[in-house]
Design a protein around this ligand. Structure first.
Ligand code: 9MR
Ligand code: ZN
Length: 552
């Protein structure tokens, strides 16, 4: 019976309103869209020789092609056919059809195919704001909460009494705590996006409440986090590791979470991440808000001086807390801080500090990187700096390693049935890691313009938006059959039938097919700022406006 029903439905045009179909649809592609000039490939988990691209409005066949395959995709255990429709450049809304197999969900071909997705992921950031009321309407539903956590935070665990202001910032994830180390990679990647694609980003108006700051919307959202981060610096320049309840709270509205929240003792990784973020902010905000830029620079220098006086790795004492630890060594964060301070100030001691650390690291780039290993960010800043005085050997090594690392990603994507540039590596937050590969790929493209780097960065996006073994988008509110049940306290409390939009879930792990849209599955179906910001970077690369980096 079920089979017959599926057959009947398969013969009809699939619509996003039919939730069970994506799970069985063997035609997997980016259910948001494709850029006209870039490669377009679908993966088909069924026998396929010919395929057609059909225009949604009038069902006209606008392209026919032959699939290639089958190829064996080891990690998902499937035989896949690949349908390449790169030559199809006509803008519009389409479906891919394979006779006897079915039709894909609709997708767009167009220069602005990712603009709404980008705006929605930025809305996802706004909806993480803490210390304030938020309200936004998306797809006819209003996502709102009252001002939350307005008593942040108590000083009991950092040698004080009473409270000190640490309001603001973003909630971290599906929980409402605020962690400096995870802010590090998140803000770092966002400001990297601003430096790489600021021209394009400045053109997109975001769904934000009006203000009089005069800042581009993108920087306004980043500043929300930076303003909070400034409250996390102790008078001696060290930086508190996090603001947290003692244990994770219930699935209630943030304003209903009234359990006391505390400053958690300082850590050297948090301190170094802070110095790096503030040094970046100092140069990125200079043009728009010089007062704020100098405040950021002074804060960065103070924390950097503190680190020089405290050269050993110092993990934060989190023994009283069972919330997220983000307990990482400080090595990469110190390298990153030195690079950003040098880039912003030209200080020769920072340059020496960075170069020594980068040489210890062999000038290597990491393929898989996240909040615990941020050295790629520092190395890229150094590599693209126009300042004098760099060690030419180190520059050459970094260039070589960057290209080798990016080439590896290109090869990995080419060998994978869904062109996942991280291949068969799946771990907690792996979807974020996949998106973050775009940072290194774009950097490689800047020094060696090759279409494969750009195409592979877009492969990462395509995987996340539906070209995967689930045939579904991993981003709430975006694409075909996105997650409805992420591990997210705010969405659960709202109970609107759909979750907060614009959030990338962690994704399958430890194996390719290990994911379900289940709220309790926090290791696979949570959301988090470090994953979202990585996706924002990847989407920013594919916004329509030419950017400083790709203007030729
Ligand atoms: O993303 C983090 C992952 O790498 C860790 O393995 C995991 C366990 O420590 O924690 C993840 O981060 C969570 C954080 O600790 C608390 N907020 C939610 C984060 C996403 O799951
Ligand atoms: Zn809050």
């Amino acid at each position: 019976m079920k089979r017959i029903l599926q057959k009947i439905l398969g013969a009809l045009a699939l619509s996003a309103a039919l939730p069970t179909l994506a799970a069985i649809n063997p035609i997997r592609l980016d259910t948001v869209g494709y850029l006209p000039e870039l490669p377009k490939v679908a993966s088909i988990a069924a026998s396929c020789t010919n395929f057609q691209i059909i225009r949604a409005s009038d069902r006209k066949i606008i392209f026919s092609g032959q699939a290639r395959g089958p190829i064996t995709n080891a990690d998902t255990g499937e035989n896949l056919f690949l349908a390449d429709f790169s030559a199809c450049r006509e803008p519009g809304i389409f479906q891919l059809e394979v006779s006897g197999v079915g039709r894909s969900p609709t997708f767009e071909i167009g220069n602005r195919a990712f603009t709404e997705a980008y705006r929605t992921t930025m809305l996802g950031m706004y909806l993480w704001r803490c210390g304030t009321a938020v309200s936004a309407t998306f797809d006819g539903k209003t996502f709102a909460h009252a001002a939350c956590h307005t008593n942040d935070a108590r000083l009991d665990f950092v040698g004080g009494t009473g409270a000190r202001n640490a309001n603001g910032g973003w909630h971290d994830a599906g929980d409402y705590n605020k962690y400096v180390v995870n802010a590090g990679v998140s803000v770092g990647v966002l400001l990297r996006a601003w430096e790489d694609f600021g021209g394009a980003l400045a053109k997109v108006k975001l769904q934000l409440p009006p203000d009089h700051s005069g800042l581009p919307d993108f920087l306004r959202e980043v500043k929300w986090e930076l303003d909070w981060l400034l409250t996390m610096q102790a008078p001696d320049g060290s930086v508190y590791h996090k603001i947290s309840t003692v244990r994770f709270g219930a699935f209630i509205f943030p304003e209903a979470e009234t359990a006391p929240r505390y400053f958690v003792p300082w850590g050297s990784a948090a301190t170094a991440d802070f110095a790096a973020m503030m040094a970046m902010a100092a140069r990125d905000f200079q043009k728009f808000d010089p007062g704020f830029a100098s405040q950021c620079l002074a804060a960065a220098q103070k924390s950097y001086q503190f680190l020089l006086k405290n050269p050993l790795n110092h993990p934060a004492d989190q023994s009283e807390f069972s919330t997220g630890t983000y307990a990482v060594r400080d090595r990469d964060a110190r390298l990153w801080a030195a690079a950003e301070l040098w880039e912003t100030t030209g200080d020769a001691d920072c340059l020496r500090d960075f170069e020594q650390r980068a040489n210890w690291a062999g000038g290597q780039f990491d393929v898989s990187w996240d909040y615990g290993n941020v050295k790629n960010l520092g190395e890229l800043t150094y590599l693209f700096s126009t300042r004098n005085g760099r060690d030419t050997n180190l520059v050459a090594t970094l260039r070589r390693n960057l290209i080798a690392t990016a080439d590896g990603m290109v090869a990995t994507a080419a060998a994978h049935g869904y062109a996942r540039p991280l291949g068969d590596r799946y771990s907690w937050g792996g979807n974020g890691t996949v998106a973050r590969l775009a940072v290194v790929l774009h950097a490689a493209e800047k020094i060696s313009p090759q279409s494969a780097y750009r195409a592979t960065a877009l492969d990462a996006v395509h995987y996340l938006l539906g070209r995967n073994s689930f045939g579904r988008s991993f981003v709430t509110g975006i694409g075909f059959e996105p997650p409805l049940h992420p591990h997210d306290r705010f969405s659960a409390a709202l109970n609107l039938g759909v979750p907060c939009p614009g959030r990338l879930v962690g994704g399958p792990q430890p194996h390719a097919n290990d994911w379900q849209d289940l709220e309790r599955d926090y290791t696979r179906n949570e959301i988090a700022i470090n994953w979202n910001t990585a996706l924002i970077y990847a989407l920013a690369e594919f916004l329509p406006a030419k950017t400083a980096a790709n203007q030729k």
